[in-house]
Design a protein. Structure first.
Length: 224
């Protein structure tokens, strides 16, 4: 809020990067954690997944990315707070090869709501948002940049029992997106957690479809 994110600026020169194994969690972003994909190529611009876990959730970045993809993305789990998020993005872009227009927010539980909120507030910075069990922030003034938001894909993953228990919220969310002309995809699961292998494999397929414009299972092993 009131900040011009430096991720829009011209990329600065990068120091050498330590060799990646696909589960490497670096510590050079301070309190944040970083996932470097297997077979990392410094000359290739990777999509960046910015993970926002829920405040009460137990989250393992390495395990989550193993279930999403070992090769397709760089990922960062910032420390808590919006300032820490921007700082983590800046530091990752300083050290690793990130595509400036492929920075995605992925949130779990309350972090999913935060992912929606930040993506809508900064549609020129983020390519889109994925929420794993977090509701859209209804009632908050987040559609101020409506023209840009209409071009931004968003994904909501949720459990069937949660949808049934709060059908009114789902209905309000779908009506809001329809009225705004914005894009929201929904995945509803009968069983399994929001960080399960099946759910995160779906997230990978959806992201690859949005990034590449073709189904993920038709991509080569480095599918971006």
């Amino acid at each position: 809020m009131g900040r011009t994110p430096s991720v829009q600026s011209v990329r600065r020169s990068r120091p050498p990067v330590i060799e990646a194994t696909g589960r490497f969690l670096a510590d050079w972003t301070g309190d944040s954690r970083v996932f470097v994909p297997q077979g990392y190529e410094p000359g290739y611009d990777y999509p960046l997944l910015v993970w926002l876990p829920g405040a009460a959730s137990r989250f393992d970045l390495g395990r989550a990315m193993t279930r999403v993809s070992l090769r397709n993305y760089i990922a960062v789990q910032p420390a808590a707070g919006e300032t820490a998020m921007w700082r983590a993005i800046d530091r990752v872009r300083d050290r690793l090869s990130v595509h400036a227009r492929r920075i995605w927010l992925v949130g779990h539980a309350a972090g999913g709501t935060a992912a929606f909120r930040e993506a809508c507030r900064h549609p020129d910075t983020f390519a889109g948002a994925v929420s794993l069990g977090g509701n859209f922030p209804l009632g908050e003034p987040v559609f101020g940049r409506l023209d840009a938001i209409r071009r931004m894909p968003m994904l909501l993953c949720c459990r069937a029992d949660s949808v049934q228990a709060d059908a009114a919220t789902t209905d309000r969310t779908l009506r809001l997106f329809h009225a705004a002309g914005a894009t929201l995809a929904m995945r509803i699961y009968q069983r399994g957690g929001m960080l399960s292998r099946g759910t995160l494999a779906d997230v990978n397929r959806w992201l690859m479809d949005e990034i590449c414009g073709t189904p993920a299972n038709l991509q080569p092993h480095r599918a971006v």
